[in-house]
Write a protein that binds this ligand. Structure first.
Ligand SMILES: CC(C)(COP(=O)(O)OP(=O)(O)OC[C@H]1O[C@@H](n2cnc3c(N)ncnc32)[C@H](O)[C@@H]1OP(=O)(O)O)[C@@H](O)C(=O)NCCC(=O)NCCS
Length: 397
């Protein structure tokens, strides 16, 4: 079977979206296709063709907060192959084309959130962030330490929410390593709130926390059978976020509150009177890939000054396979190719991606048997360099 892999043309977009939706086990509606078209990047949208479209994947041009600044990011989305065509290497070929395009565009990093955790390591992605889901019965949601952020909560319209979310997110995203920078078209789609996106829940309610004349925090939630589903919640600081949680915990007639994708080091559980009542389940969240290892290592800043050399294995993006000598510090980094006799740590590119944002230490990966220390003390040096103050996290739309 001769499958063609290429980017689509604009008039193929409807069929591309319909094929992707079918592979996820649903039927695309005209409304959903038009919504997806509103933020589609056609020249980054790939398909596998066997007569019609049998495989899909796309990249959203984005950026990500990394220690000391930000880097260009290709965010991979809509990866599917029709059940009639699976396990014949179509996704592998599309992913190869997509990563080559990112390299040509000078994007050192790629990211995605995975439907299944068995798929992406073979392509060099590693788990860079984790997230908690929360469930708490309302009767046990009392706070021991009440917040006082000096503002007030008020309902805002859909239209105001769509205007305010991108502003708030843009102000906050520099504070947390891992935050993906979304453009306003994507925000519009995330908050569109079509019936098919609700899965039996209400439409969005949007509550803003206003302080000093501006929106300092927002929560967009749905209600389903006496449960508050806090879909998006973000504040300028922890005090504002606690105000928004207190608001969610206080809604009369509700019996339970659910939070999705919370940072694993969120301080809110430490404010609760009865923290055991908060059910937390932790899951892998953002998978990261170093598309260009050298550029990625030079892009970030390091917690302290130090030198380390890595032997990086990369079977899928062979241009990365080699030795990297990193001189990093809080104000800059230089990374040069090295020789095999100068290696301190040997690892796969997916493990370097997992450690890149500071979400896991090299020592932990070594104890898991994934990373090899070739120079005594090198793990300790690498851990100290790559450490970040807070756990990396990204708000997912
Ligand atoms: C996941 C999906 C895109 C894979 O497409 P595909 O064309 O069958 O993948 P490939 O044939 O290129 O497979 C490449 C490798 O990944 C493995 N693989 C693919 N999908 C897998 C899965 N769901 N679980 C475990 N391994 C998987 C294959 O076994 C193969 O391994 P090998 O190289 O050791 O033989 C396809 O199964 C699909 O559309 N699934 C439903 C939608 C989905 O989950 N998409 C992912 C969104 S994040």
């Amino acid at each position: 079977m001769d499958i063609e892999i290429r980017t689509i043309s604009a008039d193929e977009f409807g069929r591309w979206e319909a094929a992707g939706t079918r592979a996820f086990g649903a039927h695309a509606t005209d409304e959903a296709i038009e919504l997806a078209r509103s933020f589609a990047e056609i020249d980054r949208t790939f398909a596998g063709f066997d007569g019609g479209i049998v495989g899909t994947t796309t990249t959203r041009t984005s950026a990500i907060t990394i220690p000391g600044g930000w880097a260009k990011l290709g965010f991979v989305d809509g990866v599917t192959v029709l059940p009639t065509h699976r396990r014949r290497g179509i996704m592998t070929r599309m992913m190869g084309a997509q990563l080559c395009q990112m390299r040509e565009r000078g994007e050192p990093l790629a990211a995605l959130s995975a439907s299944e955790s068995l798929i992406y390591e073979r392509f060099g992605f590693g788990i860079a962030t984790w997230a908690d889901s929360w469930k708490i019965p309302r009767v046990h949601a009392a706070l021991e330490i009440a917040p006082d952020a000096g503002g007030r909560a008020e309902f805002v319209s859909d239209c105001e929410a769509r205007a305010e979310w991108p502003n708030l997110h843009a102000r906050v995203r520099g504070d947390r390593v891992g935050m993906v920078h979304y453009d306003s078209a994507y925000w519009g789609a995330a908050l569109w709130d079509a019936e098919y996106q609700r899965r039996g829940a209400s439409g969005f309610f949007h509550v803003a926390y206003r302080r000093g004349g501006r929106v300092a925090g927002l929560v967009s939630y749905r209600i389903r059978e006496r449960t508050v589903l806090a879909v998006f919640l973000l504040g300028e600081d922890a005090e504002v976020e606690a105000e928004l949680w207190r608001y969610c915990f206080g809604i009369d007639l509700m019996s339970e509150i659910h939070g999705f994708n919370q940072p694993t080091d969120d301080p809110l559980p430490w404010r609760l009177k009865d923290p055991r009542r908060l059910e937390r389940s932790k899951s892998d969240h953002m998978w990261l890939r170093l598309v260009d290892v050298r550029a990625a290592l030079e892009a970030r800043r390091y917690a302290e000054r130090g030198d380390i050399s890595f032997r990086v294995h990369d079977r899928f993006c062979a241009w990365n396979d080699g030795v990297y000598m990193l001189e990093g510090g809080p104000f800059g980094a230089v990374c040069k190719p090295g020789g095999m006799n100068s290696v301190d740590i040997e690892l796969g590119v997916s493990d370097l991606a997992a450690a890149y944002l500071g979400g896991v230490s090299f020592s932990t990966l070594a104890r898991a048997g994934r990373v090899k220390e070739l120079t005594t003390g090198a793990l300790d040096v690498a851990d100290r360099l790559f450490r970040t103050e807070r756990q990396p996290w990204s708000m997912e739309l």
